[in-house]
Write a protein that binds this ligand. Structure first.
Ligand code: SF4
Ligand code: SF4
Length: 113
């Protein structure tokens, strides 16, 4: 017999709500120190839509979100495919130097914390 919360063919998962005031955003703040213009990102997704390595899993918008939330475990796999081609930087409406942000993030992910 199916569990009670599965009888409708779906189940309610636990909340993924996090308290941003308590999230460890130290890596995000270090990155902002190196590239302050990064703070202007409005999560529009244009960089993701035009990314040369999008099919390989590069996702700058998601990486930014995870950085803010202090969830760093997936950052390396999300940014490793980046070729540093700079195409995303050409379409960013907020003139974020995405290539420089990713370049610095790649370096920081390989530095000891
Ligand atoms: S294109 Fe610019 S503003 Fe839009 S999500 Fe990417 S970095 Fe942020
Ligand atoms: S610099 Fe990286 S994130 Fe930007 S378009 Fe090129 S591969 Fe994608």
């Amino acid at each position: 017999m199916k569990p009670a919360n599965d009888k409708w063919g779906f189940r309610a998962e636990g909340s993924e709500q996090i308290n941003l005031d308590k999230a460890d955003s130290s890596l995000y703040r270090r990155l902002l120190n190196r590239e302050p213009g990064f703070a202007a990102c409005l999560f529009c997704g244009s960089c993701r839509a035009t990314c040369t390595s999008g099919n390989e899993g590069m996702n700058f918008r998601l990486a930014h979100l995870l950085l803010q939330r202090g969830e760093t475990a997936r950052l390396k796999s999300l940014t490793d495919p980046c070729l540093l081609c700079g195409k995303c930087t050409l379409v960013c409406p907020r003139n974020v130097n995405i290539r420089a942000v990713v370049y610095n993030l790649k370096i920081m992910l390989h530095e000891p914390f």
